[in-house]
Design a protein around this ligand. Structure first.
Ligand code: DX5
Ligand code: ZN
Length: 222
């Protein structure tokens, strides 16, 4: 079993001082960047130019979680902004073939690829692609906002995905996003998650201490 990675969600950071926020989370392995377009989800956040402006501040792996309707239009801009992983949503596409074609484009652009599913979307919807991507992002809240309550009913889906990945010998990592905290993280990790995305549980209060608490909550996996 590999170590659990912590991926703070910048959505909950202090936007007036991103440099300072990044310093406080330097012990985390990744940075989760929630890109929202006000169309795919009812909220608007930031795009490639903001990401580009903070790229030089840290060596953390940047994962862009694209909650947008037409990701294909912006792939090059995100690559140019310096992200390491581009994660697209299954629900942004009518057909799995369309999503597969975007996954192919992401790879051709030389970055890692991720796919995400909403709480209501069954694992079945991405099963045939999961072996050819680097990351499966399982949402445990309805996408759009930070600070929502963790949806426990999604845990069996994490387990289903993890077992499928293991059975097939894929090296796809499972990331879980939404309401992850020291209280909910153990069940997420127990179900097979490799990466914990957390916004409010990290940025509310002291991020350094909160990262430590999150790691401690799942430390039997380290
Ligand atoms: C929700 C975003 C999440 C969010 C998580 O649409 O994808 O990444 O920032 O925030 P918390 O951890 O507060 O639920
Ligand atoms: Zn996210």
């Amino acid at each position: 079993m590999s170590s659990i990675k912590i991926s703070p969600s910048m959505l909950s950071a202090d936007f007036s001082c991103l440099k300072g926020s990044l310093k406080k989370i330097k012990d985390a392995e990744m940075l989760h960047l929630d890109v929202m377009d006000g169309h795919f989800v009812p909220n608007i956040t930031f795009g490639p130019c903001v990401i580009k402006s903070i790229r030089h501040l840290t060596n953390m792996t940047f994962d862009a979680h694209l909650m947008i309707s037409e990701p294909d239009k912006y792939l090059e801009d995100f690559v140019d902004s310096g992200v390491d992983i581009i994660t697209i949503h299954r629900e942004s596409y009518d057909t799995i073939e369309d999503m597969k074609s975007t996954v192919k484009s992401i790879k051709e652009l030389g970055v890692r690829s991720g796919i995400s599913i909403n709480p209501a979307t069954p694992f079945e919807e991405v099963k045939e692609v999961v072996g050819s991507v680097d990351l499966l992002l399982i949402m445990t809240v309805k996408p759009g906002f930070g600070g929502q309550t963790f949806m426990k009913e999604v845990v069996p889906k994490i387990k289903e995905a993890s077992e499928f990945i293991e059975e097939h010998g894929y090296d796809t990592e499972i990331s879980v996003d939404g309401g992850v905290s020291p209280e909910t993280a153990p069940m997420v990790v127990e179900a097979g998650a490799d990466i914990l995305v957390a916004g409010s549980a990290i940025f509310k209060g002291a991020p350094e201490e909160n990262i430590r608490r999150l790691r401690d909550a799942v430390k039997y996996r380290f």
